[in-house]
Design a protein around this ligand. Structure first.
Ligand SMILES: Cc1cc2nc3c(=O)[nH]c(=O)nc-3n(C[C@H](O)[C@H](O)[C@H](O)COP(=O)(O)O)c2cc1C
Length: 171
């Protein structure tokens, strides 16, 4: 079974979460092949100005230009999409990814990281952009990701990995 985890991360929180999910999948002992790919936004989102533009673009549910994706998306049984929550929705780079590969993704699952809340809006947006309901979702708060060993991070990550394996096995 092949699983692709594609994520966007501005400050590393979603990256760390997605890498932990990949590790949990790899350590599951099953015959699962996991590939992780970072979605790169061509728009500069750094600094105060980048932050302000990010908020504005997310609020308007804009798409953006992303760097070419290396993975052959159609070759995976399941694609996990990781997004930070911006303005209670998913980020423009994930919109670009979803729209580019909507027809190629057989099954999808979603990961959101956030300061406080907004995961529901992010998951609804991703579902709309992919044109597919997720087989599983997980949302984690930034402060739990930073305290990596906390049960509030490890437990949801492992539970999500188990859900992915069950979904992929049943497909
Ligand atoms: C422009 C912008 C808007 C944000 N809006 C929200 C929000 O609506 N709700 C929330 O809980 N966190 C919000 N955050 C915080 C991020 O979701 C959180 O820091 C996330 O874990 C960062 O992930 P990353 O390090 O992978 O970029 C926002 C962050 C940015 C930059």
């Amino acid at each position: 079974m092949r699983i692709l985890i594609a994520f966007y991360s501005r400050t590393g929180i979603t990256k760390k979460t997605c890498n932990a999910i990949a590790e949990a999948l790899t350590n599951s002992g099953g015959s699962v092949e996991v590939q992780v790919e970072e979605i790169i936004d061509r728009e500069d989102r750094s600094g105060a100005l980048g932050y302000a533009r990010a908020g504005r673009d997310a609020m308007r549910k804009r798409t953006t230009e992303i760097e070419p994706v290396q993975a052959e998306v159609a070759a995976y049984d399941l694609v996990v999409i990781g997004t930070p929550v911006w303005a209670w929705t998913a980020v423009p780079a994930c919109r670009a990814f979803c729209e580019q590969f909507a027809a190629e993704m057989k099954a999808v699952a979603f990961v959101a990281t956030m300061g406080g809340n907004g995961d529901r809006g992010a998951f609804e947006a991703l579902e709309e952009w992919c044109g597919k309901a997720p087989v599983a979702t997980v949302a984690v708060r930034e402060r739990f990701v930073k305290r990596e060993d906390a049960e509030d991070f490890a437990q949801p990550v492992e539970a999500f990995a188990r859900q992915l394996l069950a979904a992929a096995a049943g497909a």
